[in-house]
Design a protein around this ligand. Structure first.
Ligand code: PLP
Length: 351
């Protein structure tokens, strides 16, 4: 029973009821929310609070994903969904979560903010899940297991069989973060939601949709979990501009699909070019819009690139990522500049 995993204070929580929650009809005079009735200095209409449950946007996402709107939560980035899950399931100083480093850093930060201890079960050297060790590590207080597929920073998709086995055997809620799923060959795990009640799948508008600045993340789960997420979130967590821009973007899926193809093609070219740089020791296969590259003297290469105004992500001090840089696929021009500068670095250090 999934209720047994929820903090008692959340089960009994009476959520904030906003003016917009209490009246949702077709009235013409709104004097209920202490908004500015006169407008704003901007030409757009922003003087009214936005829909707290973002129904128009959810209905549109629902039509695209083939999942009812009641199974969708929208957050101020997936980062908000992650934090909300901690607050629903994890009792501070009592519960724990399992993460599999190297992975996305916010799981650990959110755990620390919420005073929840972490059990770290590193990925295997192949960057696959150590399923046995994860299951051995879980105890009665293990509430969340974070799996990131494709994984950041390694770029690989996790095996579907491993993830499904963990959903079946883990006693808490499994959160599968699919921020990069649009670039992957592998299918989304969303289809498992009808089968398992302890699953949350995260996706985001920040990557393939190109809308990182709008801060819009999605959690897909069963109605119970989505209900608790809505109860715990701040009342108006998705602002009106974000809702409007996202609705507009959803009209142009063709742009997104085209951009995904282009990004993957440029990633493949980038990988080929990186192979010709002699201090590159390994390029890990990627299912995402970035590549993890093992390069000798990674920190010095990183510093050199910074001095040329090119910023990549130094992951060289991260578990299993010795001497690794994570490089986002840029435009054709940006990738060329990167490669040119990697050559310059080589020439300077070999002479
Ligand atoms: C795996 C993963 N999940 C989530 C996020 C954050 O997504 P959002 O911008 O929706 O908060 C990132 C950002 O880089 C990420 O790499």
């Amino acid at each position: 029973m999934i209720e047994q995993l929820v903090r008692p204070n959340i089960l009994s929580l009476k959520p904030y009821s906003s003016a917009r929650d209490e009246y949702q009809g077709e009235a013409s005079v709104f004097l209920d929310a202490n908004e500015n009735s006169f407008g704003s200095p901007l030409p757009q209409t922003f003087n009214r609070y936005p829909d707290p449950l973002q129904l128009e946007l959810k209905n549109k996402i629902s039509a695209i994903k083939g999942l009812p709107a009641q199974n969708i939560f929208l957050g101020n980035g997936s980062d908000e969904a992650i934090d909300v899950l901690f607050r629903i399931f994890c009792e501070p100083q009592q519960d724990n979560v399992i993460i599999c480093p190297p992975t996305y850093g916010m799981y650990e930060v959110s755990a620390n903010i919420n005073n929840i201890s972490i059990k770290s079960i590193p990925l295997l050297p192949s960057f696959d899940l150590d399923v046995e060790a994860i299951l051995e590590a879980q105890d009665a207080h293990s509430k969340l297991l974070f799996l990131c597929s494709p994984n950041n920073p390694t770029g690989n998709s996790l095996h579907l069989e491993d993830m499904e086995l963990l959903i079946q055997k883990f006693n808490g809620v499994v959160v599968i973060d699919e921020a990069y799923i649009n670039y992957a060959k592998q299918q989304s795990c969303i289809r498992w939601l009808t089968e398992y009640d302890n699953l949350v799948v995260l996706q985001t508008f920040s990557k393939a949709w190109g809308l990182a600045a709008l801060r819009l993340g999605i959690a897909f789960s069963n109605e119970l979990i989505i209900g608790w997420m809505n109860k715990v979130k701040p009342p108006y967590n998705i602002n009106a501009a974000t809702q409007q821009f996202a609705l507009d973007a959803l009209e142009n899926i063709a742009w997104v699909n085209d951009n995904i193809r282009q990004t993957i093609a440029l990633r493949n070219i980038l990988v080929e070019q990186l192979k010709s740089i002699t201090n590159v020791e390994h390029i890990y296969p990627s299912d995402a819009n970035f590549v993890l590259v093992k390069i000798s003297g990674a920190k010095a290469v990183y510093d050199f690139l910074v001095s040329k105004g090119i910023i990549v992500r130094d992951r060289s001090r991260v578990t299993l990522c010795d001497d690794c840089l994570r490089i986002t696929v840029g435009t054709e021009k940006e990738n060329e500049l990167l490669i040119e500068n990697l050559y310059t670095y080589l020439v300077m250090h070999n002479s």
